[in-house]
Ligand binder design. Structure first.
Ligand code: 3MF
Ligand code: MG
Ligand code: MG
Length: 344
């Protein structure tokens, strides 16, 4: 039995399209996904605002709330909670050059409208967190935007969200690049600094995605540890990534098993989940995966996470202490490798 509760977003089960080719699998209706998520043992679902309310631009504020209330009923049917709502700004024609940091005041206003609607939806779904993956908040052309101005616009936008709702928590999901060239808020360090600059730092934290840390050339477990040291790790997006390449969202642990082990270990050692945090997955099936295996990458990620939890339970802290005292890191490293390889 895992000591953690798991969450997942509907986009984790997708049709296989990428930048260079069309879909390879049939689209699955969202309620069918919920049913399967519950069967697989997930406790909560993560939403984009327009996952929760498709075609969100077409509705009034009250209609959006009403649709969110209907969704809540569907979630209740499957015993699922909502974990967070994230405004999907990067898909809209209003946000071609970013949202909160767009050079157009009209577009910035639109981005705030989506952020406020995301807060409304979160309230209706019974959750208190808005995630900001700042997809297009950066530059495609370095000289097009001042990084000083852009950073201040982000802080201003977050302050407006905090003022709009006194309970809402804002959780930034940092990523150094893709789809933009240079992000304004690329790592957990950036998130912590932005948090400290807002009007209510206790309500602004981070969502660490393993692949995003790897894309920044950083160790995901250390990024998790850094945010936890500040008391600001609000959720995680566990997955994996083969080095500094295109964004891959591979199943957790399949590329970097030792790094995955250390992510599980740091979460366990520091009471992740004690305040209701979920272990979130942000994984995608490979393009070659068949329709009947649409959920395999989720099953695999859970299996790998739980197997690593068992390894972390068996971690011999006395032996580790001895190795550290003797500065025998060769022995400690081999011990970890044996633990992971199942060689006792
Ligand atoms: C991109 C991501 C995003 C976010 C999601 C929720 C589509 O690399 O990781 O997934 O996680 O939008 O914030
Ligand atoms: Mg990602
Ligand atoms: Mg993510």
């Amino acid at each position: 039995m895992s000591e953690f509760k798991f969450s997942v977003g509907p986009w984790n089960v997708h049709t296989g399209a990428d930048s260079y080719g069309p879909a390879t699998r049939e689209d699955i209706p969202v309620e069918e996904k919920f049913k399967k998520f519950a069967e697989l043992g997930f406790s909560a679902v993560q939403f984009h605002d327009d996952d929760a309310v498709p075609n969100i631009n077409d509705y009034t504020e009250e209609e959006i709330r009403e649709k969110a209330r209907e969704l809540k009923k569907t979630l209740d049917k499957y015993g699922l909670k909502a974990e967070f709502v994230a405004p999907r700004l990067w898909m809209d024609p209003h946000t071609q050059d970013g949202g909160f940091m767009s050079t157009s005041a009209k577009d910035r206003e639109y981005a705030m409208w989506r952020a406020y609607r995301s807060i409304d939806i979160a309230n209706e779904l019974g959750c208190d967190m808005v995630v900001l993956w700042l997809a297009r908040e950066g530059t495609l052309c370095a000289e097009s935007k001042s990084p000083v101005w852009a950073t201040r616009m982000l802080i201003e936008a977050i302050n407006k969200m905090l003022e709009y709702d006194s309970k809402i928590r804002i959780c930034i999901e940092p990523k150094p690049n893709e789809p933009i060239d240079r992000s304004i808020c690329g790592t957990m360090g950036h998130v912590m600094a932005v948090s400290a600059a807002t009007i209510d730092p206790a309500r602004v934290g981070g969502n660490l995605e393993s692949a995003h840390a790897i894309l920044a050339g950083l160790d995901p477990a250390h990024e998790i540890g850094f945010a936890m040291a500040m008391g600001k790790l609000m959720t995680v997006h566990l997955n994996d990534q083969n080095g500094i390449r295109y964004d891959q969202d591979k199943s957790f642990g399949v590329e970097n098993l030792r790094a995955a082990f250390n992510q599980v270990k740091v979460l366990k050692e520091n009471g992740y989940g004690d305040h209701g945090e979920y272990v979130g997955l942000d994984v995608k099936a490979m393009r070659t995966t068949r329709d009947e295996d649409s959920y395999k990458h989720l099953e695999n990620s859970l299996k790998i996470f739980k197997a690593l939890e068992e390894k972390a339970d068996r971690f011999d802290y006395d032996f580790q202490k001895k190795c550290v005292e003797n500065r025998d890191f060769e022995a400690l490293e081999m011990y970890v490798m044996n633990l992971l390889m199942g060689i006792e």
